[in-house]
Structure formats: C-alpha cells, structure tokens
Write a protein that binds this ligand. Structure first.
Ligand code: ZN
Length: 233
C-alpha cells in the first residue's frame, strides 16, 4: 500500500461504520463475528488459572513514524518478547488510541496502548494497556510528546527514540484475554488479545499533546457474539 494513500478514517464517509464497504479487503469489519474492540463486562468474564504473563522487555531504540491515521513505533531489535501459554511472541510494533478502544464495564480510559506481537508461526497477540491522566505521574512522556507531532505532519519524517516499554505497563499483570481482531482496517480476526486491568498514569500536559495528534482514534466497541473472556488475577 502506498504510504500516502489513507482510504479510511475515524469519521465521515470513511468512518468505522463504513469500513466494511470501502473495499473487499475490509469486508470483515462488517461481516466478522470476532471483531475488536469490545466492552469487557464483569458478567461475561470467567476466571483463568495458571498462564502467568512473562515479559522480557528492555531499553532499545525505536523508529517512530506516521502510519495511516496514527503514529507507530517499531523496535529496532527483535528481542522484546512476551510468553503466553508456552508460545513466545516478539514485539513487532506499538501505537496508542485516544480514548481507549476497549471498555471495562462500559468505562473508557484516556489512552490505550497496543503492543503488537507475533510468534514464529506469524500468529498475532496484542497486549493492550490503558493509561490514566493525573498528577501522580508514573511515566515520563517528554520524548514522546515532542516526537509525535513532528512525525505526524509528514509521512517522510522519521525519528528514533530509546524506550523501555516496561515503563508503559503496570507492575501487576492482571489481565483479560479473548480472541478478536485488529481494530484498524483490515480488521483481520484470529488475534489473541491480552488487556491489562491496571494502569500507569501520565500527566495532563503529555495527554493533551498526544490527544492533539491522535485524539479520536478509537473504533467503537463491537458485539461479543458469545465469545468467552477470561480473567487472570
Ligand atoms: Zn491499535
């Protein structure tokens, strides 16, 4: 796909309600029965035993650039891994949505980060992490709030940042997991979702700066269609 052609958006003629009609590749947005995001409601959740999340993240360089309607960060080393149910998944990219796409008991959070991972078979797992906005800040966003507007204005601008994604995640890895889809076109299914319940907090200045660039990038929640959601404490 040419970098400059964006044929979908978050409102109007090419907004989320129309994604399934834009082209045949995007049809699944309308016909799919396992779409994301969803409203994670307590009454639909069943406990999951065992299966702790094991993450192995460290400080590495990331390439930051605009992709379609957002800003994505690409690890420059392929050694950032998450192990789930004996499968090792490598981090391939990450980005954020403002406000959150997933809801917890119908509540949205200010930000949701998506850490996209892939195993050796090419199966995708997305780790979702919400963030709050407040005065007790638990992550320094100075570099990100400077770089996001720079790269967003022009597809040809790229920046590099050194980051440890551990900083984006709560210490306690309490999570919900279910099978869904990507949340941007083409919203392909067969994606393992792990959504963390706890949250880090960023400051108001950082939130406003990111919101100016990627505010309104949340696809509305999709029907659960009988899927099971598991909760690991
Ligand atoms: Zn996403």
């Amino acid at each position: 796909m040419p970098a400059y052609s964006i044929n979908w958006s978050y409102d109007g003629d090419k907004g989320p309600e129309k994604w399934g009609q834009i082209c045949s590749d995007f049809e699944i947005a309308q016909s799919g029965k396992k779409q994301s995001p969803i409203d994670i409601r307590s009454e639909d959740v069943k406990p999951l035993e065992g299966n702790p999340l094991e993450t192995s993240y460290s400080r590495i360089p990331y390439q930051v650039k605009r992709v379609e309607n957002s800003v994505h960060l690409f690890p420059q080393e392929m050694n950032q891994t998450l192990t789930f149910q004996n499968e090792v998944y490598r981090l391939v990219a990450f980005h954020a949505h403002i406000p959150s796409e997933h809801l917890l008991d119908s509540v949205a959070y200010p930000i949701e980060w998506h850490f996209v991972h892939e195993n050796a078979k090419g199966e995708k797992l997305v780790l979702g992490a919400f963030m709050d906005v407040g005065t007790t800040v638990s992550i320094d966003m100075t570099d990100l709030r400077r770089v996001f507007p720079e790269v967003f204005q022009d597809f040809s601008i790229e920046r590099e940042l050194s980051l440890d994604i551990t900083d984006f995640l709560p210490e306690e890895k309490v999570y919900f997991t279910y099978e869904g889809s990507l949340t941007t076109p083409p919203t392909v299914e067969g994606i393992r979702w792990i959504v963390l319940k706890n949250r880090q907090t960023i400051g108001h200045v950082a939130h406003r700066a990111l919101e100016k660039v990627i505010g309104g990038t949340n696809r509305p929640v999709q029907p659960l269609n009988g899927r099971s959601i598991q909760f690991h404490e």
